[in-house]
Design a protein around this ligand. Structure first.
Ligand code: DGY
Length: 326
């Protein structure tokens, strides 16, 4: 009997590909680029499973192109806003993500961006490289105090909590907003639940960890940016469309806030015109989870889910559990 066929839409750690190859016939997109929609439709045809990326929109059209033998699409990401959950559930296709294993890397990256914006690291580095530095001066490259300041967290999921724990190392006061309160976490961490308005007004540093949903699209827009302190910093390592990037460029240009650290963008890889001209923005290319250990662990989860499903077991991290009859 031929082995089930698995398609991997882009190169992932070799360990994961090797694990798939032990049981399946595996094809990997070895080109270092995302597939076009037509290429994706063509490549998924006849597969029993697909490993997808957050850049692959997986909807009814793609699943129909794959065919009824397709049992699972495993996202190589914790976020899964690229999935049409209802379309997959209707077709009986299991969808999975990689939660848990990128919390530390993403939270560390969030703190890195926060510190880098506060202490103007990118701007200062460029200044030295440009040969402009004349020597030490007392009133030169003054940034922001971080220790003992207030950190606002929008979205207190696993990553938001991890950021809060790391920020306690700077003795930061933690405020958070979420769709629900977590009193156990409040007791553990000293974090205080506040409404969104208070979060915006009181945070010295505001970091976003909400999932991208219709309700969180442009969670931060012009109105929200105007409520923030002039000395505040916005960090986004969640999903780009959570922030109205046009409004953010205006806010940074007109100094409504001190600065922003962005790992994600509204129309990746395109950036809002003007963003890269701003010294008070640090922009990095969606790399919060880019550590070797994290990327290997993401692969283990994605592959583990495929191994389970194609061997007749439920996956560990299903995002459309209705499909399992739960
Ligand atoms: C995710 O996993 O959702 C990140 O955005 C990329 O690792």
């Amino acid at each position: 009997m031929p082995k089930p066929s698995v398609y991997v839409t882009r190169l992932i750690p070799q360990e994961s590909i090797d694990a798939l190859r032990e049981q399946f016939d595996v094809e990997v997109n070895l080109e270092d680029r995302a597939l076009s929609r037509d290429e994706l439709k063509e490549k998924v045809r006849g597969r029993a499973a697909v490993v997808s990326l957050l850049t692959d929109r997986i909807d009814g059209e793609i699943l129909d192109a794959a065919g009824p033998q397709c049992k699972i699409v495993a996202n190589y990401a914790v976020g899964y806003n690229n999935f049409d959950l209802a379309a997959a559930t209707r077709r009986g296709v299991i969808l999975t993500n990689t939660p848990g294993v990128l919390d530390d890397a993403t939270a560390t990256h969030t703190i890195t961006l926060l510190l880098a914006v506060a202490r103007r690291i990118a701007e200062a580095d460029k200044y030295v490289r440009d040969g402009k530095w004349q020597g030490w001066a007392p009133m030169f490259f003054i940034g922001l105090d971080v220790d003992h300041r207030t950190l606002g967290i929008a979205g207190l999921g696993r990553i938001g909590k991890n950021v809060a724990r790391k920020a306690r190392g700077f003795d930061m006061k933690i405020l958070y907003n979420d769709v629900q309160r977590d009193e156990a976490f409040e007791a553990e961490s000293g974090a205080r639940f506040v409404d969104k308005d208070t979060l915006l007004r009181e945070a010295d540093f505001l970091t976003l960890h909400v999932p991208l949903l219709p309700e969180t699209h442009h969670y931060i827009g012009a109105a929200e940016l105007k409520k923030m302190k002039k000395t505040a910093v916005l960090i986004n390592a969640s999903r780009g469309p959570v922030v109205d990037e046009k409004a953010l460029v205006q806010a940074l240009r007109e100094k409504w806030i001190f600065g922003a650290g962005l790992d994600v963008f509204e129309n990746e890889p395109a950036l809002e015109p003007g963003l890269t001209d701003l010294d008070n923005a640090i922009v990095v290319p969606h790399v919060a989870s880019a550590t070797p250990g994290t990327r290997i662990a993401m692969g283990e989860i994605a592959v583990g889910n495929i191994l389970k499903v194609l061997n007749g077991q439920p996956p560990d991290t299903c995002v459309n559990p209705e499909v399992l009859g739960k």
